[in-house]
Design a protein around this ligand. Structure first.
Ligand code: PLP
Length: 412
């Protein structure tokens, strides 16, 4: 008999690894449903950070002393861990950054600055987070390039029928999110990459909402760039990475200048290291990278396929229960989706609803979720968003439904 991977995990026991889940907010037990913004941090990862600062802390790559060697080894081991996690060919394909936003800015500025010319086209989608829109707008303005967008259908999926008209040979890069942070839509990455490559365009995948939630393998996805943030997958804030295919990375000039990224410096000219160090100027977020590797160990121990199944079960349960509420408008596809449910209720503005839930200890998020064009597309100023992770429970969802029911009575 097929036994789902998630059935073999003791999900409730895992909650014990997250001390913050025992917090009380406004006198009520915390229910944390803002995981798409950032996830909570497990004790084993926090313990590795503490050990690092107590036993290893030193600057990397330039010290000829024991602690510096230990720190450098741990930092480079973390890079290998990320490479393995993403199925990259080797660690040199991983650039540490502050997160998704910085990774995309690196591509737009360094790659885009070299390879995009006036009138070239960057193809994006209407569901992109601002961090996969604004860096391209800045580039387009600077260079005179053009932006095009794949529209989003009413059901929250991309209008792929329009691709043949949009994905023309002028397109130099097709950038799109793996999982929409407002709709939960999971885009068909491999298919989109194949279509982009067929016209000679490179591909950039925004993996902010996928890296910690599902198996992700660069060889299977076939993308040229993949950007993600550690803090959305149990790691500290301020660390993330950019994966880029080795050949592509080799072709890109530096973007930030400073220490660590050079081979030699003369007063008027410098020679630069090979990737990935060429892109990591200054003291990197050493502890963050080590924390990210620890978070990856933690997630791999549970299993990403199991996390995806568990997320899916929680999400479909939430969607089903939310449909029971009067005046409820749900956004996003009906079928398979990420652990994100955006909604609007007739009873109250998303901000009022979110504040009401917060008073009861439930952390939702209300607003445009850095998706202003998408909100405009759906004709709403914003939505309320519940986003789940493996430590959430159906009981917490039941409690949220009760509170949303109370909100309907309170506001009407
Ligand atoms: N892309 C998506 C889809 C996101 O959900 C987010 C964060 O919410 C980002 C990009 C930006 O991530 P960060 O702020 O960690 O750089």
């Amino acid at each position: 008999m097929h036994r789902p991977a998630s059935a073999t995990v003791d999900w409730k026991a895992l909650r014990e690894d997250f001390p913050i889940l025992r917090e009380r907010v406004h006198g009520r037990p915390l229910i944390y449903f803002d995981n798409a913004a950032t996830t909570q941090k497990p004790r084993p990862m926090l313990e590795i950070l503490r050990q690092y600062y107590e036993h290893t802390n030193a600057n990397v790559h330039r010290g000829l002393h024991e602690l510096s060697s230990r720190a450098t080894e741990a930092y480079e081991r973390a890079r290998q861990r990320v490479a393995d996690y993403l199925g990259a060919a080797n660690a040199e394909e991983i650039v540490f950054t502050r997160g998704t936003t910085e990774s995309i800015n690196l591509v737009a500025q360094a790659w885009g600055g070299k390879f995009v010319r006036a009138d070239d086209v960057i193809l994006l989608t209407e569901m992109e987070h601002h961090s996969n829109l604004v860096p391209w707008q800045l580039l387009a303005e600077r260079i005179g390039a053009r932006l095009r967008f794949v529209p989003v259908k009413d059901d929250g999926t991309l209008e792929l029928e329009r691709l043949p008209a949009l994905l023309t040979p002028e397109v130099k890069l097709f950038g799109f999110t793996h999982v929409s942070n407002s709709l939960g839509t999971i885009n068909p990455v491999r298919e989109l990459c194949e279509k982009a490559h067929a016209v000679g365009a490179l591909t950039l995948v925004d993996g902010a909402q996928s890296a910690g939630h599902m198996p992700v393998d660069m060889q299977e996805l076939g993308c040229d760039f993949y950007a993600f943030s550690g803090h959305k997958m149990c790691a500290p804030t301020g660390i993330g990475a950019l994966y880029a295919h080795a050949e592509v990375l080799d072709s890109i000039p530096p973007w930030h200048g400073g220490g660590e990224m050079i081979v030699s410096v003369m007063l008027e000219k410098s020679a630069f290291k090979k990737p990935p160090h060429r892109f990591e100027a200054g003291t990197p977020k050493i502890a963050g990278a080590i924390g990210l590797a620890a978070a990856i160990d933690y997630l791999e121990n549970i299993g990403r396929a199991a996390i995806f199944e568990h997320d899916a079960e929680l999400t479909s349960y939430a969607v089903e229960r939310m449909r029971e509420l009067p005046g409820m408008r749900l956004f996003g596809p009906r079928g398979e989706r990420g652990a994100i449910v955006g909604f609007v209720m007739n009873a109250a503005h998303p901000h009022d609803l979110t504040t009401f839930a917060d008073q009861q200890g439930v952390a939702l998020r209300g607003g445009h979720h850095c998706n202003q064009p998408l909100m405009r597309r759906f004709g709403v100023p914003g939505t309320t968003r519940a986003s789940f992770y493996f430590y959430n429970t159906k009981e917490e969802i039941d409690r949220m439904i009760d509170i949303l029911g109370d909100a309907v009575r309170f506001f009407s």
